[in-house]
Design a protein around this ligand. Structure first.
Ligand code: SME
Length: 163
C-alpha cells in the first residue's frame, strides 16, 4: 500500500523523485501494461496536488487512444497533432500549457481544466503513450513538474510498452 504525505518543506523535485521511486517499485516485475498504467495514474493522483485529470493516452497507429486514468470520462481518440496531447505526440516534445484556453485546438474533456502538462513516453525510440495531467488551477505546472514527469516517463516506459 502507498499512502503518501509530503514532508513539510518538501520541494516539487523531491516529490517527483518519490513519485518516480514509487512507480518503479509498484511496476517492478509486473508485465501487464494496463495494470501498470492504472497504478501509475493512481500514484500521480496521490502524489501531486491540484489535479482534476491524470492518466495515459496510448499511441495506436497515427492516433492516441485513451488509457488508464483518474478523472472525468475523456475523449477516446485524439489524432496526432490535435490538442495538447496530439501536439506532444506529433512533436515528441513535452507540452507545458499555463492556460489551456489560449492553446489552439485544446480539447476540453473537463470544463474545469485550466492548465495542462503532457509528456511523451518513448520506448526503444518509439512513441508508445503520453502522460496527461490537467489542473483546475491556471499555471499549476512548472519546469520541475515537466522534468519530474519526463523522468517518470523514462522510468516506466518499459513497464507499459506491451499495451
Ligand atoms: N485536453 C487534452 C485532451 C485530453 S483531456 O485533457 C483528458 C488535449 O487538448 O489534448
Amino acid at each position: 500500500m502507498y499512502d503518501f504525505t509530503p514532508l513539510p518543506g518538501q520541494t516539487r523535485a523531491q516529490t517527483h523523485a518519490d513519485l518516480c521511486d514509487a512507480a518503479r517499485a509498484i511496476t517492478h516485475g509486473e508485465p501487464d501494461a494496463i495494470a501498470n498504467m492504472a497504478n501509475i495514474a493512481a500514484l500521480i493522483w496521490q502524489f501531486l496536488p491540484d489535479l482534476n485529470w491524470a492518466g495515459f493516452y496510448r499511441a495506436v497507429g497515427d492516433e492516441l487512444v485513451l488509457g488508464p486514468f483518474i478523472g472525468k470520462p475523456a475523449c477516446i481518440r485524439i489524432p496526432f497533432g490535435r490538442g495538447v496531447c496530439g501536439a506532444a505526440a506529433a512533436s515528441g516534445q513535452t507540452q507545458l500549457v499555463a492556460d489551456v484556453h489560449a492553446f489552439p485546438g485544446h480539447i476540453a474533456c473537463d470544463a474545469a481544466s485550466a492548465s495542462e502538462l503532457v509528456v511523451p513516453v518513448v520506448h526503444e525510440g518509439r512513441l508508445i503513450a503520453v502522460i496527461d495531467l490537467d489542473s483546475p488551477l491556471p499555471g499549476r505546472f512548472d519546469a520541475d513538474d515537466a522534468a519530474g514527469i519526463e523522468a517518470l516517463a523514462a522510468a516506466i516506459a518499459p513497464a507499459i510498452a506491451s499495451a
